[in-house]
Design a protein around this ligand. Structure first.
Ligand code: C5P
Length: 219
């Protein structure tokens, strides 16, 4: 169609969602957090003890998972079978298993199908790991985000610590490193910069500076 897709990919906790939300708000586009979908699937797998090596259990589980976004104020509000799970999907149990779950071919196939459907007729900003390479390879604007791993861990720590007193900076640093490793080395659409994606290293940039940079690319 004539709709516009902005694809934002990059490593874990690089500020992709902060930029994507700001951009969507400014452009009046819909924001879609593709990572929240993989997180919700991982939560369902955890709760139902799905064996990641059992294709039949996985196929059955995928049939029973219904995800929905309710976007208010450009924040991520996602339901898993009508239950609001937006907070629970950010917690460590999910963060620790999501990359293994997202590496499963059948899981990716289903999520990509749903993501492509969302982008069929609407202007959207979608962030994730494979948006510019696999989900919307023809997106006119692709941004690949990176930042210093220490800075990323500190940012995520500040975000999670108020609600999670037991969490440590070290745990977060390790989780980010582990997820980046799994996400870049998996067989199924690994995290890699699309050839036509522009790199945005935001280690020393404010959110406003990032927004201006991204807007200049959209125009
Ligand atoms: O974006 P977020 O960090 O919430 O994503 C959680 C995990 O979901 C990532 O570490 C990655 O394993 C997976 N993911 C993915 N493809 C996407 C978005 C997220 O594999 N498009």
């Amino acid at each position: 169609g004539n709709n516009i897709i902005v694809a934002i990919d990059g490593y874990s906790s690089c500020g992709k969602s902060t930029l994507a939300k700001a951009l969507a708000k400014k452009l009046h586009f819909i924001y879609v957090d593709s990572g929240a979908m993989y997180r919700a699937v991982a939560l369902y797998f955890l709760r139902n003890n799905i064996d990641l090596k059992d294709p039949e259990q996985i196929a059955e589980a995928l049939k029973n998972i219904h995800l929905n976004f309710h976007s208010r104020d450009y924040q991520t509000h996602i339901t898993l079978n009508d239950e609001e799970v937006s907070d629970e999907i950010r917690l460590m149990p999910v963060s620790e298993t999501v990359s293994a779950v997202s590496a499963i071919r059948a899981v990716r196939k289903e999520m990509v199908k749903q993501q492509q459907r969302m982008g069929r007729s609407k202007n959207i900003v979608m962030d994730g790991r494979d948006i510019g390479t696999a989900v919307f390879p023809d997106a006119p604007v692709k941004i690949f985000m990176t930042a210093d791993p220490k800075v990323r861990a500190e940012r995520r720590f500040k975000e999670l610590a108020p609600k999670n007193p037991d969490i440590t900076l070290e745990d977060i640093f390790e989780n980010l490193a582990h997820r980046d490793y799994q996400d870049t080395t998996r067989a199924e659409s690994p995290l890699v910069r699309a050839e036509d994606a522009i790199i945005l290293d935001n280690t020393d940039l404010t959110p406003d500076e990032q927004l201006l940079f991204a807007l200049s690319r959209v125009e």
